[in-house]
Write a protein that binds this ligand. Structure first.
Ligand code: TMP
Length: 215
């Protein structure tokens, strides 16, 4: 079973994924945890290029798109497909939906072109289940402000990016409405324990359904 987690920046996704993977492993499942961009040696190098601040002004949106998809092509071929083929569970911190919402709805690249490029990169692989950790960009920003983990400069940058993240959030809402059977929307505004419990409930239910469909 292939599961992805999605959400706007600051949704708390990464910690929730760690909890979920640990809980499923404790129940005996063979869980492989990965993330995008990255997850392979080649992908991690691509990630470094994408997030190197000295590239952030120069990188063309098309180049950015192709780098995300190049990292994904490697991840699918080297890690995801082999693990699924041996009957394991793959949990990915972001997958192709991130490209649709960030590069498509966020940056304004044509969605049809994105879908073709994504399909070329993945060979048409999509997650069986996608968990959307639901927090609006405004709530995520407020949470970061309250946590005061970053200096004023970081918060100013966040403010500038707010309109972009609003488009990303609306993009997620559109994708969820178009494919409600794949997406599970979980509020990320509760305590970590509450979110953790909701995530596990959805995962366990999906695994039961998957197992029944194989029997
Ligand atoms: P994260 O590792 O903290 O989730 O950050 C990854 C960032 O990269 C996040 O801002 C979303 C962005 N991203 C894209 O713009 N397109 C993509 O295809 C992926 C996977 C991530």
């Amino acid at each position: 079973m292939f599961i992805s987690f999605e959400g706007v920046d600051g949704s708390g996704k990464t910690s929730q994924i760690q909890y979920a993977a640990a809980a499923l492993r404790a129940e005996g499942y063979d869980v492989l945890l990965t993330r995008e961009p990255g997850g392979t040696p080649v992908g991690d190098e691509i990630r470094a290029v994408l997030f190197d601040s000295k590239n952030s002004q120069d990188i063309h949106p098309h180049t950015e798109l192709l780098l995300f998809c190049a990292s994904r092509a490697q991840l699918v071929a080297e890690v995801i497909r082999p693990h699924l083929a041996k009957g394991g569970i793959v949990i990915s911190d972001r997958f192709a939906d991130s490209t649709l919402v960030y590069q498509g709805y966020g940056r304004g690249l044509a969605l049809d072109a994105l879908r073709h490029i994504i399909d070329f990169a993945t060979g048409g692989l999509w997650p069986d289940l996608t968990i959307f950790l639901d927090i609006t960009p405004e709530e995520a920003l407020e949470r970061r402000r309250r946590a005061s983990l970053f200096g004023d400069e970081f918060n100013r940058l966040d403010d500038m990016a707010l309109e972009f993240h609003r488009r990303v959030y609306r993009g997620y809402e559109t994708l969820i409405a178009a494919e409600p059977q794949r997406w599970h929307r979980i509020s990320a505004t509760g305590t970590q324990e509450e979110v953790k419990a909701s995530v596990l409930e959805v995962l366990r239910q999906a695994l039961v359904v998957k197992r029944a469909s194989h029997e």
